[in-house]
Design a protein around this ligand. Structure first.
Ligand SMILES: Nc1ncnc2c1ncn2[C@@H]1O[C@H](COP(=O)(O)OP(=O)(O)OP(=O)(O)O)[C@@H](O)[C@H]1O
Length: 261
């Protein structure tokens, strides 16, 4: 199953980054027959799909369906027991700078003493030379990332002092500073109120519009088609993959979640 990119676009309340905007369809993720075991437990079975930059993809399924496992496999944190994960035809994990990973909120130590600016600067580390010295270009990218996420006024604050929505934005700013094409977000909407969800949804949409590929695990069937253009329904196996409105049919939801839509 394959999805190619829509035309690039930018949300009005968001500044275009530019560097990724041209020809997003040239960058393509192919997930081929990926299977993952934890010991004897089969967590993912023969998952396959293809998608290009320019899309927002929701991974959806019941608890234990394997959504986080798939995100971790894409992020290179878990090595599949079978299958391939390719970026433009080459193993994705050979290009770690292309991947930015936002773990589940519960997996982050929010009390860790670090300012928003220092967190965003971490996004530049993979690109720094041998002496780990920040160039003017690196500083410019950090400032731009803070600006795009509306975090300038919070730059010197500790991340522990931020709201949940601001913390998500700080981590996304780090991902922007990395200039990765693939953003992997594990349940980014968890714990956010409705306005923060809407704001994050618009942001993900505009990041895709600028030529990135946004992949996130998501639980809310009611908001999925508003936020994401593409949905992958899974329950250890792939149930359906394609445009959100088509995939989220009552029959498919029943098949995946075992309940009435
Ligand atoms: N580190 C691990 N060791 C052993 N089993 C694991 C591990 N991580 C996850 N699992 C198991 O793998 C299966 C898939 O888990 P995963 O966390 O990927 O599902 P999920 O769809 O993200 O679930 P949720 O919606 O509850 O977050 C589950 O049965 C889970 O118990």
């Amino acid at each position: 199953m394959e999805i190619s990119a829509p035309s690039p676009h930018c949300a009005q309340d968001h500044i275009c980054w530019g560097a990724h905007a041209s020809h997003p369809e040239r960058h393509r993720l192919d997930v081929e027959n990926v299977t993952v075991y934890y010991g004897r437990l089969l967590a993912l079975h023969d998952i396959g799909f293809s998608i290009t930059c320019g899309h927002t993809l929701a991974l959806m399924g019941p608890n234990g369906a394997g959504k986080s496992t798939l995100i971790k496999a894409l992020a290179g944190l878990i090595h599949p027991d079978a299958g391939n994960i390719l970026w433009n035809g080459n193993p994705l994990h050979d290009m770690p700078r292309e991947i930015a990973y936002l773990p589940q909120r519960s997996d982050v130590d929010w009390s860790f003493p670090i300012t928003v600016r220092a967190l965003v600067e971490m996004g530049r580390y993979p690109a720094l030379g041998l002496w780990k010295k920040f160039s003017g270009h690196d500083r410019e990218i950090v400032e731009k990332s803070l600006h795009v996420l509306g975090l300038e006024h919070l730059a010197e604050r500790q991340i522990s002092e931020l709201s949940g929505g601001q913390q998500q934005r700080a981590f996304l700013a780090r991902a922007l500073a990395q200039e990765a094409h693939v953003l992997l977000l594990d349940e980014p909407f968890t714990g956010l109120d409705a306005p923060a969800c809407q704001s994050l949804g618009r942001l993900l949409d505009s990041l895709a519009g600028e030529g990135r590929l946004v992949i996130a695990s998501h639980h809310d069937l009611n908001t999925a088609a508003e936020i994401f253009d593409t949905v992958l329904l899974m329950n250890r196996d792939l149930v359906a993959f394609g445009p959100a409105q088509e995939v989220l049919s009552p029959e498919r939801i029943r098949e995946t979640y075992g309940m009435n839509a």
